[in-house]
Design a protein around this ligand. Structure first.
Ligand code: SIN
Length: 527
């Protein structure tokens, strides 16, 4: 089937839904998402959204914290722009119906997380992302110009390559005309054509064995754009959240929000020592890169697989009011957090790099925008400041929508696009081959390309990845297409990009730490 719309949005998290709402008065919008409509990394955001007040000092301190956390690699102009414009974007989000918690005086109840020098994080209990999704989806359903199709898996971006032209990564004027997408119910591959396409396909934590990201986070947006020869950058900067609940057989890992440490919880090692002070004067509220590396070090020294998060001293009523979901989940896992220490360990959480975009979310491919976690805007540098990502999505989706409004009249649908070519792909899918390669890839990435890297580990990972890549491409040429096979291709592409970027980064910066690198200011470890 062929479908033609004005705007095609891939992904239904905060980035995709915001853009859709903002362009919908100009024409038909189609949002496709590979799972249920509310399934996205956004939905799992607990902590909240970091926003300054209008006070210049509040703006400056948010900028300073973001730059410091990014370890010298943020784009300062982008940081300033995002933080300043974020104040207006928050007002819109509230006007669309999102509810944030308030204190007894009626002001927003602002929380704190690692790397923040002041309380500036708006939240809805400890399920902020879920509340944002609820409000945005409600608005989306009210708009007559917006359709949302769940269970549609985007396979590849359509470019001049599909018209028979040779495209390389150095080609100028690569254009995007739409996507080929698998209708997971009928198993047909449809041709979806649009004037403007927004990639808002979220993160890629599923490249690792232990992650807080849902099963859908397989880096599809980055992988598709990479295959279409779009520019990707900063992929070495994978953020590991320091405190995922340690439950070896549970995937994804349950996140224990950093806001819990902002509320006063402290990390302890197996000697009951509050060890973080040895690594950073900010203690348990140091930025994530430092905290995750410190925990990794403590784990390696003790031979245990987790450290402890101590909440036993916290005010019970206030805690239950702010973190009811975390309390319940801990209880179900066997921890009464007013009596027991929670077992926690780092887990892959957020990709700071991604599809390179300009200040309007435009990628290197014409008519293709990218916003949200799959994009790389320059805001996060080498390490994202906690709760800055929802803000980034709002600001860049707004800017992408503004640019779309200014350029839409000069953009036409390309009707000459051929339909999907399934020739030769007749072999039934052998899930065992796909799933086993997926498991192997996760093991490689976790063992060799995790929090602490080395030249040998990275090279070993690359060697192993080449084998998985060749096997999978061979399978792809012959096998009936499935979302599992496409996801495997995507995680392979993303793993490759992470490894190659890590090999090219010869300084220890933020989230990238190699035992062989020149020592930058980042905390030194003895492993
Ligand atoms: C958290 O609540 O700790 C996660 C927030 C974030 O990743 O920004």
């Amino acid at each position: 089937m062929r479908h033609v719309v004005d705007f095609l949005v891939i992904g239904s998290g905060i980035a995709g839904l915001t853009y859709a709402l903002k362009v919908a008065d100009l024409g038909k919008v189609l949002i496709i998402t590979k799972s249920n409509e509310d399934e996205s990394n956004t939905k799992y955001a607990q902590g909240g959204i970091a926003v300054s007040s209008n006070d210049p000092q509040s703006i400056e301190s948010h900028i300073t914290d973001t730059l410091e956390c990014g370890d010298g690699l943020c784009n300062e102009e982008i940081v300033r722009m995002t933080i300043t414009e974020g104040i207006e974007r928050l007002k819109e989000l509230i006007a669309w119906g999102t509810k944030f918690d308030k204190n007894e005086e009626g002001a927003f109840d602002l929380a704190k997380e690692g790397g923040h020098s002041e309380n500036r994080i708006l939240h809805h209990k400890d399920i902020t992302g879920k509340e944002i999704e609820r409000a945005l989806l409600e608005k989306i359903h009210q708009h007559p110009n917006i359709s949302i199709w769940p269970h549609y898996f985007s396979i590849d971006l359509i470019t001049q390559h599909h018209l028979g032209e040779k495209i390389t990564k150095d080609s100028n004027n690569i254009m995007c005309f739409g996507v080929y997408a698998l209708n997971q119910k009928t198993r047909d591959v449809d041709t979806l054509l649009a004037k403007k396409i927004l990639m808002a396909a979220g993160g890629n934590g599923q490249v690792y064995r232990t992650t807080t990201n849902p099963k859908i986070a397989t880096g599809d947006g980055v992988a598709m754009t990479y295959r279409a020869k779009g520019k990707i950058d900063n992929m070495e900067f994978v953020q590991f959240h320091p405190t995922a609940m340690y439950q070896p057989n549970v995937s994804p890992s349950f996140l224990v929000s950093e806001a819990v440490r902002g509320f006063g919880a402290v990390l302890r090692n197996h000697n009951n020592e509050e060890f973080m002070q040895r690594y950073d004067e900010r203690g348990s509220l140091a930025p994530r890169d430092i905290t995750a590396r410190a925990i990794d070090n403590e784990i390696k020294q003790s031979g245990e697989e987790y450290v402890y998060l101590d909440c036993t001293h916290l005010d019970r009523m206030k805690f239950l009011d702010h973190f009811p979901n975390i309390y319940d989940r801990c209880k179900k896992a066997g921890f009464d957090l007013f009596e027991d220490y929670i077992h926690v360990a780092p887990a892959a959480h957020y990709m700071c790099g991604g599809i390179a975009v300009d200040k309007n979310g435009a990628t290197s491919i014409q008519n293709l925008y990218a916003t949200g976690e799959c994009s790389s805007t320059g805001l996060h540098g080498a390490n994202r400041l906690a709760s800055n990502s929802l803000l980034e999505a709002l600001v860049f989706s707004h800017r992408a929508a503004e640019e779309t409004k200014n350029t839409i009249n000069a953009t036409a649908i390309n009707e000459n696009i051929p339909d999907w070519d399934a020739e030769g792909t007749t072999q039934p899918d052998e899930m065992i081959l796909i799933m086993e390669n997926r498991r192997e890839l996760k093991a490689i990435m976790s063992n060799y390309v995790g929090i602490v890297r080395s030249n040998t580990r990275l090279q070993r990972a690359l060697n192993r990845l080449h084998i998985i890549y060749s096997e999978t491409e061979e399978l792809y040429k012959k096998t009936v297409i499935s979302s599992q096979l496409c996801e495997l291709r995507n995680v392979i592409n993303v793993a490759y990009l992470i490894i190659k970027s890590a090999q090219a980064q010869n300084e220890n910066r933020g989230l990238h730490y190699s035992l062989d690198n020149v020592k930058h200011s980042t905390t030194l470890l003895n492993q």
